[in-house]
Write a protein that binds this ligand. Structure first.
Ligand code: FPP
Length: 239
């Protein structure tokens, strides 16, 4: 975290409320997701402008597969379209994209697009933009624990040498600092299986705005509210 300006170094966002935004306008839910994609694109630019170093968004959870076939396929189409759009945004804004979650469940074309997005932006330096897709924190831990158990079995890791850092290094976010600020839109007070390990000490900001109504002013408000807080890590108070 930048102690001078009190800008959170890493901001995580649960983008909730696309469906409600559409329903209130008597539009199909997919229109809410389409609007949400546009807002996401702008939020990447705004976060980079504010000097945030890492932005992580919850775009598609392991639970989202349970939605109607129609909604899941609309989300897949949107994702395919927005991957291309995000490549352009990332290049313009000098942003490196990183995918977290388990991508192999997606169609091969989509996987190819995601890989390309990561590869082509790998040398960008202004901000890291992590997109969580087919992501669930418990699944992330399960996948990490499998790899850790394999390393123990292969004699590469001594069980008694496992520290909290070791566990973090087996998660999808291994090369990222923990989030300083979590923003959740549409007023729900839940973590919804997002970054459970990483959010241990994170400040939480909930806005009633639905995700398609989120904008730079709201992001600024969240960042300002973070700046005014005194952060506690257990007994230790930091200003
Ligand atoms: C929550 O709204 C939002 C989602 C399930 C999807 C969020 C995804 C995006 C904004 C786009 C992601 C795009 C890319 C390119 C990765 P909801 O449907 O749960 O809203 P509701 O709670 O009002 O029903």
């Amino acid at each position: 975290m930048d102690e001078q300006k009190k800008i959170p170094r890493h901001v995580a966002i649960i983008m909730d409320g696309n469906g409600r935004w559409a329903e209130r306008r008597k539009l199909p839910r997919k229109m809410g997701h389409a609007e949400g994609c546009k807002v996401l694109e702008q939020t990447v630019r705004d976060a980079a402008d504010l000097g945030i170093d890492y932005l992580t968004v919850y775009a598609f959870s392991t639970e989202n597969w349970k939605r109607s076939e129609e909604e899941v396929s609309a989300l897949m189409v949107l994702m395919g379209f927005y991957i291309k759009k995000l490549l352009k945004v990332a290049e313009e804004e000098n942003v490196r994209v990183k995918i977290i979650g388990e991508r192999s469940r997606f169609a091969p074309d989509l996987v190819k697009g995601l890989n390309k997005l990561e590869y082509e932006t790998r040398n960008n330096t202004r901000m890291v933009f992590a997109i969580a897709i087919n992501y669930g924190a418990r699944d992330e831990m399960r996948r990490g624990m499998i790899r850790m158990a394999e390393d123990v079995k292969a004699g590469k890791l001594e069980p008694t040498a496992i520290t909290e850092q070791t566990i973090g290094s087996y998660l999808d976010t291994a090369d990222m600092p923990d989030p300083d600020l979590l923003i959740r839109t549409s007023g729900e007070l839940r973590l919804s299986n997002f970054l459970l390990w990483q959010l241990a000490y994170t400040e939480i900001y909930v806005t009633d705005d639905l995700w398609p109504d989120f904008n730079k002013e709201e992001l600024q408000k969240a960042v300002d509210s973070f700046g005014k807080r005194e952060r506690r890590y257990g007994g230790r108070l930091t200003k």
